[in-house]
Design a binder for this molecule. Sequence first.
Ligand SMILES: C[S@@+](CC[C@H](N)C(=O)[O-])C[C@H]1O[C@@H](n2cnc3c(N)ncnc32)[C@H](O)[C@@H]1O
Length: 253
Amino acid sequence: MVPAINKTEAPGKVASTWTGSAREQAVQRMFTAIARFYDLNNSLLSFGLHHSWKRKAVSHIPAKPGTRALDLGAGTCDLAILLDTHLGRSGQVMAADLNEAMLRVGQQKVRGNHLAARISCLQMNAEHLTFPDQSFETVTAGFCVRNVGNLSQALSEICRVLKPGGRFVCLEFSRPVSPGFRKLYDWYSFRLLPWIGTVVARDGTGVYEYLPASIRNFPDQERFCRLLKEAGFQSVEYHNLTGGIVAIHVAVK
Ligand SMILES: C[S@@+](CC[C@H](N)C(=O)[O-])C[C@H]1O[C@@H](n2cnc3c(N)ncnc32)[C@H](O)[C@@H]1O
């Protein structure tokens, strides 16, 4: 069952457990297995770039007083914490994720930064958001939407919970622009990465194969713009980062 938002719940608590379809369960198993090492792996595999990508994503959000923001697929809460700093004391941030283990690591980080009273952690599926219509000025998603089972449904849900004029800022792997760079990137993703996974990390989760495959299967910059418009967003733009390895899509309801 989708966990409902409990208004009396203490901020910073993981709300409940989650079960679902076969794909969802596979994604769940993988993130549960890697949660403890996620931040370290993220920094190693992106050569630390994910920090600047996340800062850049947050810079696309207007820091208006009283902004209510939802970070979807919040995982270990990097973006949620950056959002909190960006929005200031009058802002309110909710960090939602499907996976309890990832959210627990995020929750620890939130507590470590003394933000437990300001950032609420909730277990929730992006495909079935339990928030009422028009709840947020901003929704962010960092490297999340690539993992959801039904992308169109998740985008419609994001649009639904945004207020008119609200912004969805989506940070996601995309398609490198230059053909030469794309070749190099493909070699890194499909050859070097799985080798690192097997030989160096002795990974048993399959994440090092899943990562490049999920990136390749995800819509490129232009196609993702079309999907956002189909989901109900009116104005959509994107900004490539690191040659298009990553793109930030900004979609306004
Ligand atoms: C690659 S991690 C990104 C974590 C964090 N946003 C970051 O940028 O470091 C993807 C996250 O999306 C979550 N996720 C996957 N499918 C989801 C869904 N359907 N609904 C909500 N979260 C989901 C995973 O549990 C995982 O924590």
